[in-house]
Design a protein around this ligand. Sequence first.
Ligand code: NAD
Length: 437
Amino acid sequence: MRAPVVSGADKSATDRQTMDLFSGPFFEQARRQFHVIADYLEIPDDERDRLLLPKRAVAVACPIHRDDGTTAVFMGYRVQHHLTMGPTKGGTRYAPDLHMGEVAALAISMSWKCALAGLPYGGAKGGVAVDPHALSKRELEAVSRRYMQELIPFVGAKVDVMAPDMGTNEQTMAWYMDTYSMYHGQTVTEIVTGKPVGAGGTVGRREATGRGVVHLVGRAMERLQLSPGHATAIVQGFGNVGSVTAQTLVQQGVKVIGVSDHTSCYFDKNGLDIPAMIKHADLHGCLRGFSSELEFDPHELLIQKCDILVPAAMERVITEKNAPHLKCRILAEGANGPTTPEADRILAERNGEVFVIPDILCNAGGVVVSYFEWVQDLQQLFWTEPEVRDRLNRILERAFQAVMHRAERDHVPHRTAAMAIGVEKVRRAKQTRGLFP
Ligand code: NAD
């Protein structure tokens, strides 16, 4: 007999109680996306809150001494979505407007991503409401160490393992690891991933997300019978994910014709000089000042004709406004949550014109290699770069095939297929373990 089904538009009592804590359009997006999947999987009403609502959400105040002698306090957050399949795992974001709802949405998405990739983790996410560009290096170190210090009671190598995300990098992870290690009186490299190779990191982690994006773009191109040598790409965001994606696309023979970051946007239909842009960004911290001739309107960038469009900056940039006008063949979601549910509906109505590689599949390379780093740290046995690449590609390949098979079998969009595989795995684990985790 079929279980009763509720509409994704309805909010449960618990949903309503938690709306103040987990507010904002991004959390609402994660909630709506989940209910679409729950409707498709016919998950009964009374099981939904248990799957969706985060197990633990922590807010911490992080005071620091500023360089001018004053004191400033920055709010930090960490959300651990579920503890059913092992420790939680997820990045740490530094952004001025960060709030609990955004962090919770990202943690939930991490759960479906880890389950889809077959990793033994629940999802987590964290961060600090701070503009990293507005602090000196010393101030940034002070915030980072204080944030980790405040979270020591809630994290651990078998409890919750952090990693980089927007606004943080290898250096931030080294500060976290050092702070945690000093507290414990011994070096605990496995407490965070995305560390520098010289401090217990793995080869290939920094490049993992972008390389994973390009590997999956390659699979999509095969399906669409596009050849890299004739293909063009546009990449929004030029940080870790965007710059590595652009560079790897160029290495595969793809012409990258448009690139942007938070300071500037460039377009050249003959192809941009990506290695020169990377050098410029390394030197100046951003793309501003790269070229005055190639400047372009960032609002127009995403709707330019290209074969591969890679949003690799922030969430909710593909909306009902621009979705009807996308002129790409492949939408490769390097960022988390770049496409709103309304845009998803429009893309579905466009009947396969745009081949979507959904975020939880497309950018999973980062967490997969983070998992490799954690395993290597636990064993103190380190792999070579070809080993890391080969294992990464095998996991992505398996996930890609599973998503394609599910989408074709059930005639559902790729996002529905990918999320359903993740949600089903978490649901099964919860059903067999019981109520606690
Ligand atoms: P990052 O901080 O290294 O880079 C972010 C980039 O986005 C910067 O170039 C910044 O200038 C740009 N940006 C910010 N606002 C912009 C705007 N309005 N328009 C254009 N560009 C803008 O961050 P990252 O690690 O590359 O993360 C980017 C996205 O990828 C995020 O959604 C993150 O959650 C996701 N992600 C990252 C990883 C990882 O391993 N780092 C893994 C999976 C997903």
